[in-house]
Design a protein around this ligand. Structure first.
Ligand SMILES: [Zn+2]
Ligand SMILES: [Zn+2]
Ligand SMILES: [Zn+2]
Length: 290
């Protein structure tokens, strides 16, 4: 894949093994106890399931859980709507979930399957006029988005009709509508990307490895989303077995796998997992505290 962000040389987040900072981080996670809803907009891998041109059993499955659009979630709290990533399927996801407003977007990284729905934010961005809809991303990802979508961010275009979007680079925790969003550094093949911790939940997609330094941010989770592409190892993604080990290590109350490819039939795979671990699916809704 040609679209990726480079690993940044310095990590401004808390280092591992610093008990004081880890404790402070834990306290911060306890948040304000606002009620929130998490909706899975898409649970599929970059090519989606069914995968074009494939005639396997999962791609031809009649189980609606086996239809997986590209990976993204929606958070609703305090009357606001926050997205993580805007996939090439965002338009269809927004119609399906009757999304009528978006107040902020967080980007995990700049692979095509996580950003290409950006233009479909257009009608939803207009409610922010004369302001703009804020997009939060790592500094290198924000720079990439600005270049990739220069027609949106280029102020010289005078004929209207453009998405009203504003990039906000972040390299640490940020408070958005009263909730704290904390970037969780993940390794995705040869690049470093962000997952996010918010209240009692975390969303970690597209990781081949979670660095030791990131684990203290994953304590006390009610809900943990993890990449689990398939059983067979992959250079840039986690497997079912590896993600099960992560669930064990962080002792999340409930875990949901995402970025799932057509190797994993929904029902049969769930039957093989422990009861507190499930494959997520498009349209899944969960309540939690943010
Ligand atoms: Zn991806
Ligand atoms: Zn298939
Ligand atoms: Zn990716």
């Amino acid at each position: 894949m040609p679209w990726h962000v480079r690993r940044s040389p310095e990590s401004p987040l808390e280092p591992a093994g610093d008990d004081h900072k880890a404790r402070a981080g834990r306290l911060a996670h306890e948040g304000h106890g606002m009620k929130a809803t998490l909706t899975v907009l898409g649970s599929g891998t970059s090519m989606g399931v069914p995968t074009l041109g494939c005639d396997c059993a999962v791609c031809y499955s009649s189980d609606p859980h086996d239809r997986r659009t590209r990976p993204s979630i929606m958070l609703e709290y305090a009357g606001k709507v926050v997205l993580i990533d805007t996939t090439p399927d965002f338009y269809a996801q927004a119609i399906r979930e009757r999304i009528t407003r978006v107040d902020a977007v967080f980007y995990t990284h700049t692979h095509a399957d996580h950003i290409l729905g950006i233009d479909d934010l257009r009608p939803l961005s207009y409610r922010h006029k004369p302001g703009k809809l804020p997009l939060y991303a790592r500094p290198d990802a924000a720079a990439f988005l600005r270049k990739m979508f220069s027609y949106i961010f280029d102020a010289n275009y005078k004929f209207g009709g453009l998405a009203q979007l504003e990039l906000r680079p972040i390299d640490g925790p940020v408070e958005v509508f009263g909730a704290r969003f904390e970037p969780v550094r993940l390794i995705h093949g040869e690049t470093e990307i962000y997952g996010f911790r918010f209240g009692s939940a975390a969303y970690l997609t597209d990781h081949s490895e979670i660095p030791d330094a990131s684990f203290h941010q994953l304590e006390g989770l009610d809900i943990l989303f993890l990449d689990a592409l398939r059983h067979k190892p992959h250079p840039t993604h986690s497997t079912v077995a590896n993600s099960l080990r992560i669930v064990e290590r962080v002792k999340a109350k409930r875990a949901f796998f995402t970025h799932i490819c057509h190797d994993l039939p929904h029902e049969a795979t769930n039957a093989s997992l422990p009861p507190h671990v499930r494959l997520s699916y498009d349209g899944l809704r969960l309540e939690f505290e943010i």
